[in-house]
Every structure is written in C-alpha cells, then in structure tokens.
Design a binder for this molecule. Structure first.
Ligand SMILES: NCc1[nH]cc(CCC(=O)O)c1CC(=O)O
Length: 319
C-alpha cells in the first residue's frame, strides 16, 4: 500500500455545505477519487460546514441575496476551514464561485460537466411562451429574472429562495405559477419525477459554469494536487476558462445578469454570451469562435464586444 494515500485511519477530509445538492456533489467527488485511486469510501470523511449563506436565522427569506452581499457568502467558512487544515478539499458548484480564490487556495480540478441547461418547472404550462398574461414566476436568480422579463415583460417575478426541495414545495403551495432550476441539480439529486422541460440555450443562455463541479485545495498541498489530477476533466476546464474569462471581464461577482456557454467542436471553441439590465429592458448577446487554447482571449473579446454595443451607462444601475 502506498503510504501517501489517505486511509480510514487518516482520511482525506472533504468539506461541503449541508444542502442535499452539495452533499450529492461531495459524494460524487469521493466516489470518483476512491475509484481513481482504488480506495475504500472509509478513506474519506465528508465534513459539513455551515456557511453564512446557510444561516436562515440571519437572512430574511424574502430578501434577495444580492442585497445581503453575496460575495463569499457560501464559501468563506469553507475556505477558512481549508486554510486551517480542518478539511483538505472543498467541493463547489462552479457557477456559485467568484472568479478569483483567496491567497493560498486554488480551484484547478473540475469534474465532467453535467447538462448545462435550465429547466422550466411548471405544473400548468409546458413552455415560457405558454405562461398566461401576468403570471407569477419565482426565482432568486438575477440572470433568469432578467432573461424572462426581457422576453415577457408582462410576467411578475417574485423572490424564490431556499434549496431545491423548498422551492418545489413553494410551487406546490401555489406561491408561484412556475420556476426554473438547473437541469444539473435535478439530475444529481435523481429528481427525474419532477415534471421539467429543459430550455434550449437559444431561449435561455445558462449561467457561467452551470453544471460544473469544482474542487478547491490548498496551493501548497502537492499530495492532494496529485490525487485530484486523476479525476480532472480537461474539456470542462477548457469551456470554463472561456466562460470565466468572459465573466471576469464584466463583473467577478454574481450581482449582474450575465450568461455564457462555451462548446467545443474539434479544436475549436464556440462561446455565446449575454448581458442584461436587471429589469430586462435591454439585452446584448453575441458569439465568438476560435482555437480552444485561446478560450480566455475569446471570453475577453466577447465581453469587450458586448460592452461596446451596450454603450456607456449600461451598468449604471450597479452603483
Ligand atoms: N445558485 C444555486 C445553484 N448552484 C448550482 C446549482 C445547480 C447545479 C449546477 O448548476 O451546477 C444551483 C441551483 C439551481 O440553479 O437550480
């Protein structure tokens, strides 16, 4: 037995939030690491860390997260635990991650990406176009809200927070007529029984990095770096490099309605992007293609193109 690998006596500690989706992602990471290194599940320990964002008592459920200041809201305590050595790696939904990590930490391991699309969830209508005039739609995503209002200014969007199960319950209780969820989350939770219609990216371009799981580690931890290299997915990394460069060139936080999706074809990368005003009154979308290795440059070029078309003042509402 190799002595540098984790064992039941000295397990690798995997940090995660406690939501069902976060736990499913932590288990997937554990299972991939165990398979890649021929280890028993007992060689890993899943450590649940409560984050400011999870603390319901602190946050009124009807207040948009952006008002509370969502930078690091769901990651700060997890990153502190990693820097303190209480955990060795942290599993994240890449779409919730800022484009830069704190000093001493790196996010360079990506699992194979799931379905990137949003799903339309509505017990009464099959598509957005079928929604009756003035229907109430629940979402806490600024991007989905803006995209929806851009297409259907008649709709009323209400704040819809909480984990996946909570949101589905609200829908059942009639708090809203329809909602949106990432196909990836539904699939990872095995929620195939929930009536859902995947939305083509032409109709609703997904969030940057939607459907991708990333694993963060201490920069100095070469043992962990070696272990993670075995489960890293290159094509996911190439797509996210372009999407995250696009995001970084516009706004590193998630306080702006921004959407992007990179797809690969041979040695080419095709990137679509969109920026919107929060009220949906204005949207600018575009696309670029080029060699995969130039993904970050393509992302920055697309951002510059959209910004020039939006014109000065487009982001004034950001204050
Ligand atoms: N912001 C919450 C969040 N972060 C990641 C996912 C879904 C899984 C993914 O996109 O990887 C979700 C829920 C949702 O948008 O429905």
């Amino acid at each position: 037995m190799k002595t540098d690998l984790p064992s039941p006596a000295a397990p690798l500690k995997i940090g995660t939030r406690g939501s069902p989706l976060a736990l499913a992602q932590a288990h997937e990471t554990r299972d991939r690491l165990a398979a890649a290194h021929d280890l028993a599940p007992e060689a890993f320990e899943i450590v649940v860390i409560k984050t400011t964002g999870d603390d319901r008592a602190m946050i009124a459920a009807d207040r948009p997260l952006k008002e509370i200041g969502n930078k690091g809201l769901f990651t700060k305590e997890i990153e502190e635990a990693m820097l303190d050595g209480r955990i060795d790696i942290a599993v994240h939904s890449m779409k919730d991650m800022p484009v830069e990590q704190p000093e001493g930490l790196v996010l360079d391991c990506l699992l194979p990406r799931e379905d990137t699309r949003d799903a339309f969830i509505c017990p009464h209508a099959a598509t957005i176009a079928d929604l009756p005039d003035g229907a109430v739609v629940g979402t806490s995503s600024l991007r989905r809200r803006s995209q929806l209002l851009h297409r259907r200014p008649d709709l009323r969007v209400v704040e819809f927070r909480g984990n996946l199960q909570t949101r589905l319950k609200k829908l059942e209780d009639g708090v809203a007529y329809a909602t949106f969820l990432a196909c990836a989350g539904l699939s990872r939770l095995g929620m195939t029984h929930v009536p859902q219609t995947p939305i083509p990216p032409e109709d609703m371009l997904p969030a940057v990095a939607q459907g991708a799981i990333g694993i963060e580690r201490r920069e100095s931890d070469s043992r962990v770096a070696g272990m993670l290299a075995a489960i890293h997915d290159l094509t996911t990394a190439q797509r996210l490099a372009a999407e995250r460069a696009f995001l970084a060139a516009l706004d590193g936080s998630c306080e702006t309605p921004i959407a992007a999706l990179a797809e690969l074809d041979g040695d080419q990368l095709h990137l679509r992007g969109e920026i919107l005003r929060p009220d949906g009154s204005e949207a600018h979308a575009g696309a670029v293609s080029g060699p995969i290795v130039e993904g970050p440059e393509l992302g920055r070029a697309l951002a510059a193109d959209l910004l020039s078309r939006a014109g000065p003042g487009f982001f004034d509402w950001r204050g």
